[in-house]
Design a protein around this ligand. Structure first.
Ligand code: UDX
Length: 434
């Protein structure tokens, strides 16, 4: 078939309804639209999404369909297995109605891109007589580890045991492997199973990341929050005004993403570690976490720190006053920091974050990883040491040099003719000629 771009080629993109999955799918959608496709991103109605930025609505369309839960009962606050069970029944029924509606409206859907953590969507899509492609929102190193685990070519080492070797990867200890395969009693065993079974089928693969808006890579900041779709309300003005008043590279930005919850003792150690480091800090503490902050912490640190319930993270990371990102190493946060050249203190919590942290410290060498004590806690002293190492220590020069290097590579990949851009172009061409 001839390559027919433009309004007549309509594709749907379906993220898994959690913040760390919505963000990259939204960016992918915008990049597909920039290649001349008509793109509709389909969200679950129960996600309390706030949409910002006019650019967003002009380049792609967003439609919400019922997922079996009432508005505001987001996936973050309910039992995962229970959610998926109902989502699996209700969402496809309403997706069928949406596809019909577009058939009648003269913009029939040609293809569907769906999140890889809902791999059963491919059968649903094929049931509608369409085809689809999964979009992975985690690092390929992590996918490869899952694949080897499934094939039996990875034997998980015991605590303190030997390192495992996998092709093209650094030697990995138990703490470098995704927590899902080390702790089979984890919260999402069913999710692991669907991913593993899917991996075994091995589709052709294209790497199109990082899906960071190129406007940020050039540090030409837009006026709006370019991520556009947020499950939380960012305190944009408060962050910007505060950051504007600080010197270059003087602030530590601290965030643990949309799902991680620290224990009370860990929260206290982190709070006092930040205080001891004596740097300025901007700390995202989600509303559900604020009760864990030590008493009087706001008063004690008001001259040094700003605590907000959600930030416009891309704008924060792109701000010149931010000199270090203390992160849980969610894949989006990791890629955002890597792409914007911000050195990291890696404090992984679970899932793929442990492997991402390994890459941050040992492979890309753009940060340091905290060490956990025998009680499973990262102490305030450890946090202070790690921050100092990134902000001013001997290693910091090398870390900053590497961070700059990776930032340039990200820009090169995403810009016209770069590897990410070419792979995306190839995907669109293939899609149009199928
Ligand atoms: C999760 C997993 O942790 C991650 O490893 C997986 O690959 C995807 O899903 P999450 O824990 O929320 O996501 O972390 P992360 O992947 O970093 O995504 C968080 C997103 O929210 C980022 O895009 C970040 O920019 C955004 N964010 C975070 C904000 O916009 N404001 C904030 O205050 C915090």
């Amino acid at each position: 078939m001839e390559d027919q771009r433009g309004e007549e080629t309509h594709i749907l993109t379906i993220p898994f309804p959690a913040q760390g999955h919505i963000n990259p799918m939204l960016q992918l959608s915008k990049r597909l639209a920039s290649k001349g496709l008509k793109v509709t991103l389909v969200t679950a109605e129960s996600n309390p999404i706030s949409i910002q930025g006019e650019n967003l609505t002009s380049s792609i369309k967003i439609e919400s369909i019922p997922d079996g839960f009432s508005v505001d009962a987001g996936v973050n606050v309910r039992n995962f297995d229970e959610y998926i069970e109902r989502f699996k029944v209700v969402f496809p029924q309403n997706l069928a109605k949406l596809i019909k509606k577009h058939e009648v409206s003269g913009y029939p859907v040609k293809f569907i891109v769906y999140d890889s953590v809902i791999p059963w969507m491919l059968d649903v899509v094929r049931g509608f007589g369409l085809d689809g492609a999964p979009f992975f929102t985690q690092a390929w190193a992590v996918n490869a580890i899952y694949y080897h685990f499934h094939q039996g070519t990875l034997k998980v080492p015991s605590e303190g045991g030997s390192l495992v070797s996998l092709p093209s990867m650094p030697p990995l200890g138990i703490n470098d492997l995704p927590s899902f395969i080390c702790d089979k009693t984890g919260a999402y065993p069913s999710l692991l199973n669907v991913i593993l079974n899917w991996m075994a089928t091995r589709f052709p693969i294209k790497t199109i990341g990082p899906v960071i808006p190129s406007i940020y890579l050039d540090k030409r900041l837009p006026n709006d929050n370019d991520y556009g779709l947020s499950l939380f309300k960012p305190k944009s003005e408060t962050c910007k005004t505060w950051l504007d008043s600080k010197e270059i590279n003087s602030v530590i930005y601290v965030s643990f993403g949309s799902l991680s919850a620290l224990g009370e003792e860990q929260m206290e150690e982190l709070a006092y570690g930040l205080k001891r480091s004596n740097n300025f800090f901007l700390w995202v503490v989600r509303e559900s976490e604020t009760e864990k902050l030590p008493k009087n912490f706001y008063e004690e640190t008001s001259k040094k720190g700003l605590v907000v319930s959600w930030s416009p993270q891309l704008e924060v990371l792109a701000h010149k006053s931010v000199g270090c990102f203390m992160t849980h190493c969610g894949w989006n946060s990791t890629l955002e920091a890597l792409s914007l050249g911000v050195p990291m203190v890696a404090m992984p919590q679970w899932t793929d974050q442990t492997t991402n942290a390994k890459y941050v410290e040992d492979v890309w060498q753009v940060g340091v990883r905290v060490r956990v004590n025998e009680k499973g806690i990262v102490t305030r002293e450890e946090i202070e040491i790690c921050i100092k190492e990134v902000m001013e220590g001997e290693r910091s020069k090398n870390i900053r040099r590497n961070s700059e290097k990776w930032k340039e590579s990200a820009k090169e990949a995403v810009n016209d003719g770069g590897s990410s851009d070419e792979n995306l172009e190839e995907f669109v061409t293939q899609l149009l000629s199928s």
